[in-house]
Design a binder for this molecule. Structure first.
Ligand SMILES: C[S@@+](CC[C@H](N)C(=O)[O-])C[C@H]1O[C@@H](n2cnc3c(N)ncnc32)[C@H](O)[C@@H]1O
Length: 241
């Protein structure tokens, strides 16, 4: 029997004897360790060409504003018309920041959210957490439009009508692996040289990081990291084509 035959037999026996019952209790911890290690390798292989506050002894959500400021200054994102996409709007905190910062009348701001909270559990957050209604956003800027519902339902019809032409700043702030991989894979055919992807929870190894890793490796995406803040929780990358 060759080595390959042995491996095939071992796999078949694993299924036959239902060995998942032995492995399952340890899966979550092992997967977390594996993807944390993948993230550490990724960090070493991808130096940040721009703002980076690593290493910080404490976690501070407000550091994302420093990343926004830094990429605005480096990329001129407040000086010309852009198409801003936000996946995960919730109370509109980051959406309003970009709306106020880029005053160009030609800019367009597209916000996607269930506005009924997370569609599935994420770490300690239950399904429905972070719910905030569309009506409570209080945004009357005519450049902004919102798409209520699951990205999985709203994004494809939106993209069928979407006409590009402006630099895109795509803010992925839905936290979940499923939402992030779905959005990235649908946006793939619209990505152009210089477009920017921004993440808000990048350093969660089994969610935004994993979605980004699988997306970039499966679609052969070339990019450079242009900013990182709060120990890589907030990250910005620029697409190279
Ligand atoms: C962390 S919050 C967004 C925070 C917001 N960007 C801010 O700065 O305050 C994540 C949001 O993603 C939304 N979300 C997650 N998965 C989604 C999906 N598949 N479709 C639609 N919305 C989703 C949730 O409803 C939630 O409001």
């Amino acid at each position: 029997m060759t080595k390959l035959d042995l491996i095939r037999k071992a796999k078949a026996l694993f299924l036959k004897w239902k060995l998942d019952v032995l492995v399952s209790p340890f899966s979550a911890g092992m997967l977390n360790a594996v993807y944390m290690s993948e993230m550490s390798k990724w960090r070493k292989a991808h130096p940040v060409k721009g703002y980076n506050d690593f290493y910080q002894p404490t976690w501070d959500y407000q550091r994302r504003i420093k990343l926004y400021e830094a990429i605005c200054a480096a990329e001129g994102l407040d000086r010309k018309a852009i198409d801003y996409f936000e996946f995960g709007v919730a109370t509109g905190s980051s959406f309003k920041w970009w709306l106020a910062r880029n005053a160009d009348p030609g800019s367009r701001f597209f916000g996607f959210d269930t506005f009924e909270g997370l569609p599935e559990k994420w770490g300690p957050y239950e399904k429905g957490a972070m719910a905030s209604s569309l009506e409570s956003l209080n945004i009357d800027d005519p450049r902004a439009t919102f798409y209520k519902g699951l990205f999985q339902d709203t994004l494809i019809p939106f993209l069928e009508r979407y006409k590009g032409g402006q630099r895109k700043l795509i803010h992925l702030d839905a936290d979940l692996f499923s939402a992030t991989i779905f959005s990235l894979s649908q946006l793939y055919r619209f990505l152009e040289d210089g477009d920017i992807l921004m993440f808000d929870e990048f350093a969660v190894p089994q969610h935004e990081f994993l979605a980004f890793k699988i997306f970039t490796e499966s679609f052969y995406i070339d990019y450079e990291v242009i900013g990182a803040a709060n120990n890589y929780f907030f990250l910005a990358v620029k697409i190279k084509k």
